[in-house]
Design a protein around this ligand. Structure first.
Ligand SMILES: Cc1cc2nc3c(=O)[nH]c(=O)nc-3n(C[C@H](O)[C@H](O)[C@H](O)COP(=O)(O)O)c2cc1C
Length: 172
């Protein structure tokens, strides 16, 4: 696990090679193993591989989503706030588990924030994703994780660059 954390980076460039059906199955298993508050599992996951939909999703946010159009897969992480009041935390955990699981499978991935973001024309990103994918009320959209065969190598963050000054012992 520590090695996975040491080498993890956000990867935004992908080869056109598809991901294998085995990798897809493993990603599905991984996200469903995400822990959630009181085990209520308020999340819902949309696995998008359709090229036209990926292209549409890549403009669902003004900055930092364009690379989705070149991804083999985007996992759209949604949650039902009526099921659990801490759905944001539950969805965030699922998002990071997706990102780490992809890395463990040798895939590159990047979190794309949707909640509280806007498109280039000022439309709410969540409303845009909801419209593209036909997501019903009251389901909320938190993030999308773009995934593909990595086409870039980013250096792990060196240990001496970690913000150790943010660690406190016993009291602030
Ligand atoms: C909550 C959250 C939202 C993020 N949103 C985006 C995003 O919308 N677009 C993007 O390209 N990267 C996004 N990222 C990735 C961060 O930019 C990235 O994790 C950070 O720059 C550190 O780089 P690293 O992941 O390679 O260590 C997000 C990451 C987190 C945790």
């Amino acid at each position: 696990m520590l090695d996975l954390l040491r080498t993890r980076r956000s990867i935004r460039k992908y080869k056109s090679t598809p991901i294998s059906s085995e990798q897809l199955e493993q990603l599905k298993e991984a996200v469903l193993r995400s822990p959630s508050s009181r085990g209520l599992d308020p999340w819902e996951f949309i696995f998008v591989q359709d090229k036209i939909l990926l292209e549409q999703l890549s403009s669902a946010k003004q900055h930092g989503a364009e690379f989705i159009k070149n991804a083999a897969l985007a996992i759209v992480i949604c949650a039902d706030p009526d099921v659990c009041d801490v759905w944001i935390e539950d969805g965030s955990i699922a998002s990071i588990i997706t990102h780490l699981a992809a890395h463990s499978l040798g895939l590159g991935s990047c979190w794309v924030q949707i909640r509280l973001r806007q498109t280039a024309d000022g439309t709410d990103s969540e409303a845009r994703v909801r419209q593209i994918l036909g997501i019903p009320d009251p389901i909320r959209v938190l993030s999308m994780v773009a995934i593909g065969q990595p086409d870039q190598k980013l250096r792990p963050v060196a240990k001496d660059k970690l913000k150790y000054h943010k660690l406190h012992t016993d009291r602030w």
